[in-house]
Design a protein around this ligand. Structure first.
Ligand code: AHR
Length: 524
């Protein structure tokens, strides 16, 4: 009886497989003749906070460490980050930024003040990684600075002094102190964050209170690197925006900006939004099934609605889109690893998270006219990270590989794609089955990123390029045996990109996307 049942099931499986392969391919039309805005490479930015092992252990191991390092910064991590062309690193927080006092982190290492990281785990903060180490790290990985100043517990005077230390190109006292610490040339602060979540951990300020503080900080945080200020690379200031639905920060900040006087300005506004599956975060990062996959992915797609809403508010005051939206904290915030300090926000990173990253990056690119920056939280060992380390060991996560696959999209020109995504359903949840974006890089090459959300069914796609005929289609695909597959120190290559190519007939490219996969292909 049992074997009959099994035979029946197998026949059913065979039948549905043949139905699946006989299914009409999903038609994608790449509208290459309707180019959109440039996709700012800053959309692929990172966030590194003094939190758990995000900095200590993840980046900074100290000059005397046995782990190979350059001036205390671990070399394996630098090499991995260089390979994904990190455009900017937001630092020092996060909540930590509004209790950070920069003076504690400059000068001789043995004189640095030992403080307590009260935001994250109540551990000793040695301040060994401070301003000069941060800029050294940026130089090693080839990235721009995004420094957040302390509005919550700091003063405009303290922030102005920090700017003087970092940027003064004339021999002021603080510029000379920087030179004495080994850096005569001014640093380039490309982005300056005016506070962090000041509706919450940054001082629980009402929106109008924040606006008054922000205006003072915007004025007094002068960039004294005048060479930089003269050019197109002028420092950009970003204010705090929306608080996951509760506050009216976006409205108040934009209203103030619209009516501003000459003495202050901002170039952007932040939005923070995590996929959590309900608070406190409880979705597992390891050993979960389709249920937790579907919950996380369905939530990830909601980013689009948030951007539409926030852009709508911004459009009222800024129809010309001069003020950018910076999604400077986003990603999956999952249950902490069992046995870890819950204040360290340590979690594994699976194929699910990689797919979630592709969905979010695609949404940002579709909003490239307003979204000019995004920073995944966080770069190493914290939340949805690129890299995990444990002592001398390092492993690249599936999310890292999405950033690597998406390299052609940095500063490329957005190209619309028309397609009917279909549905992926799991129990009461429904979401698109497919997602796709296209762009033309500076060399003129056309790229397509396609995600097959469905964890059970392969997707056949037929890609037509308007105004052109496809010649070849090939690239790389990221997938694995299960949505919960992870890379570990012992098995680092479970989820890594593999080559993928399709066929072309009559100028249309045909590709089969495995279930639960992210592919990036060149359309030649
Ligand atoms: O990324 C972790 C924390 O999440 C940040 O410190 C804070 O800004 C946000 O609430």
């Amino acid at each position: 009886m049992k074997s009959f049942a099994r035979l029946g099931l197998s026949l059913l499986a065979l039948a549905s497989a043949s139905i699946a392969s006989a299914e009409t391919p999903t038609a994608l039309t790449v509208q290459a003749d309707k180019p959109g805005p440039v996709i700012d490479r800053q959309i692929f930015g990172q966030f590194a906070e003094h939190l758990g092992q995000g900095i200590y252990g993840g980046i900074w191991v100290g000059k005397d460490s046995k782990i190979p390092n350059v001036r205390g910064i671990r070399s394996d991590v630098v090499a991995a980050l260089r390979a994904i062309h990190v455009p900017n690193v937001r630092w020092p927080g996060g909540c930590f930024a509004d209790e950070y006092h920069w003076r504690w982190g400059v000068g001789p290492q043995d004189k640095r003040r030992q403080t307590l990281n009260a935001s994250w785990g109540n551990v000793i903060e040695p301040n060994s990684f401070g301003t000069d180490e941060y800029f050294d790290f940026l130089e090693q990985i080839g990235s721009d600075a995004y420094v957040s100043v302390n509005i919550g517990s700091g003063s405009p005077e303290e922030a102005a002094d920090w700017l003087e230390y970092m940027t003064a190109d004339k021999p002021t006292t603080l510029a000379r102190e920087r030179a004495a610490n080994g850096h005569p040339a001014p640093y380039k602060v490309k982005f300056l964050g005016l506070g962090n979540e000041n509706w919450g951990c940054g001082g629980a300020m009402s929106a109008d209170h924040y606006v008054e503080e922000m205006k003072r900080f915007a004025h007094y945080t002068r960039n004294l690197n005048f060479e930089q200020e003269k050019g197109p690379d002028k420092m950009k200031r970003l204010a705090v925006g929306w608080d996951s639905g509760k506050s009216d920060y976006t409205e108040e900040v934009m209203k103030a900006w619209h009516d501003k006087v000459w003495s202050w300005d901002i170039d952007g506004l932040s939005l923070h939004n995590y996929v959590v599956g309900g608070w406190p975060p409880h979705l597992k990062s390891l050993g979960f099934g389709e249920n937790e996959y579907a919950i996380a992915l369905e939530e990830a797609f909601r980013m689009d609605g948030m951007l539409v809403k926030q852009s709508g508010i911004m459009d009222k005051y800024d129809p010309a889109k001069k003020v950018a939206l910076a999604v400077d904290e986003w990603g999956a915030w999952l249950a902490p690893n069992p046995g870890s300090n819950p204040g360290f926000l340590q979690q594994q990173n699976s194929l699910r998270d990689a797919i979630l990253a592709s969905v979010n990056l695609n949404i940002f690119m579709r909003h490239a006219d307003r979204v000019k920056m995004a920073n995944i939280a966080q770069m190493i060992n914290v939340l949805q990270s690129m890299i995990l380390t444990d002592g001398p060991k390092m492993v690249l996560t599936p999310t890292y590989h999405v950033y690597r696959l998406y390299l052609p999209f940095q500063d490329a020109t957005y190209v619309p794609v028309k397609f009917d995504a279909g549905d992926y359903k799991f129990q009461a949840l429904t979401m698109p089955r497919l997602d796709a974006v296209a762009a033309r890089d500076k060399a003129g090459k056309l790229w397509l990123a396609v995600t097959n959300i469905d964890p059970n069914r392969a997707a056949e796609i037929a890609v037509a390029v308007e105004g052109a005929r496809a010649g070849t289609v090939s690239g790389q695909v990221l997938t694995a045996a299960s949505v919960g597959a992870v890379n570990t120190f012992d098995a680092p290559s479970t989820v890594v990109p593999k080559p993928i190519s399709g066929t072309v007939s009559n100028g249309t490219a045909h590709l089969t996307l495995p279930p639960k996969s992210v592919a990036v292909v060149a359309l030649n």
